[in-house]
Design a protein around this ligand. Structure first.
Ligand SMILES: *Cc1c(COP(=O)(O)O)cnc(C)c1O
Length: 358
């Protein structure tokens, strides 16, 4: 009934990708990163299904954490961006959230707070990405203040990598060296690895990995990579053909009439567009799968629809299923055609697209 556009989410694939992440390490723990609504997969459903095997979840901010906690998830939830204002601290303590600390001002707020219970903090070093984190010369003193603070329970030493997906750049090695030099002699767990580091930088697994993207079955790398190739796609984005037109050579398709048929062309109109989060940057040639057969987008993606080439395909008509990415077509390949990364495609899927869980 109704519009057939939907995202089918395979929760068991996410759990298997999580197990793969852990299996690559020598016994590290893993925060499952489910920020941005679990990269568009639905944070509450993903968290509830993973909870039995996940020691902690990671989100960007307290609003995301509250939604997940209020839905019944009981494991600790780490705020990767930390807290912004002192009034968040009471909620952090009450709801068993963990928080990143990336500015000295946050330490002062912690010292002055009256909390029901001390909180677990992840002290972030800016090891070279220059996004969040304390500078190396300030790090040790910050650690000592946190250690002396009555409102702090455990401390994890954390940093984030800028270039872990680019294996031949020197940045990751340099960031790791600065981290190791800065924390030398401090006895506390380390956490450095995001998905690309989990997949390809074993030396950086340490005590806690923080995989995000890989849980959803997409690769953080441009090129094929041994471990990334084992990931299972968790989201299949699909719709259906809702109209078919046989066009003659010279006739045009869609807005701006930008695609002109070179020969007689059977064109299918598909009920998905950028209003659903299917990228308008998916230009002519972007692959799609219709009834198991590979074909391509033609012309401009519009808000609610797009056009595909059905010429020469078998058993295809109004009602045929169209996969935009998923089990048969990797989101990485689509992202390349769109000049973007799987992260933006996943997080761009809008509320109009119902998620179906299997
Ligand atoms: C988003 C995020 C992650 C997960 O990154 P992926 O590349 O999706 O694995 C890990 N750590 C921090 C601090 C993050 O912000």
């Amino acid at each position: 009934m109704g519009r057939a556009t939907r995202a089918i989410i395979d929760l068991s694939a996410i759990c298997q990708n999580y197990r793969l992440a852990k299996s690559l390490t020598a016994g590290a723990d893993a925060v499952a990163v489910i920020k941005a609504d679990a990269y568009g997969h639905g944070a509450v459903r993903v968290a509830l299904s993973m909870e039995p095997e996940v020691p902690a979840f990671g989100v960007a901010c307290i609003e995301e954490a509250i939604e997940i906690r209020d839905a019944g998830v009981q494991k600790p939830i780490l705020l990767l961006e930390g807290f912004f204002t002192a009034d968040e601290l009471a909620t952090i303590a009450e709801k068993n959230f963990w928080t990143a600390i990336h500015r000295v001002e946050q330490i002062a707020m912690l010292e002055e707070a009256q909390l029901v219970t001390p909180v677990n903090v992840w002290l972030k070093l800016d090891s070279g990405m220059h996004r969040l984190g304390l500078d190396a010369p300030d790090y040790r003193q910050a650690y000592e203040r946190l250690q002396a603070c009555k409102n702090v329970s455990d401390i994890v030493l954390m940093s984030h990598l800028a270039c872990a997906d680019e294996l031949d750049k020197p940045h990751t090695v340099q960031q790791a060296a600065l981290f190791d030099q800065t924390v030398e002699g401090i006895s506390a767990p380390h956490s450095i690895a995001n998905s690309p580091a989990t997949l390809a930088w074993p030396d950086l697994h340490r005590d806690w990995i923080r995989p995000g993207l890989m849980l959803y079955g997409a690769s953080p790398f441009e090129e094929p990579q041994l471990n990334a190739d084992k990931l299972l796609a968790a989201m299949t984005l699909e719709s259906e053909v809702i109209a078919v037109h046989d066009l003659k050579a010279g006739e045009a398709v869609g807005y701006a009439a930008s695609y002109v048929c070179e020969e007689n062309t059977r064109v299918g109109t598909v009920a998905i567009g950028y209003g659903d989060g299917y990228s308008r940057h998916a230009g002519t040639g972007t692959p799609v799968i219709v009834n198991g057969q590979r074909t391509k987008i033609i012309g401009r993606v519009s808000m609610d629809m797009c056009a595909i080439d059905l010429t020469g395909l078998e058993n295809v008509d109004v009602g045929s299923k169209v996969e935009l990415w998923g089990a048969q077509l990797s989101v990485n390949e689509v992202a390349r055609h769109c000049g973007t990364i799987p992260y933006t495609l996943f997080t761009g899927i809008t509320r109009r697209v119902p998620r179906h869980y299997i």
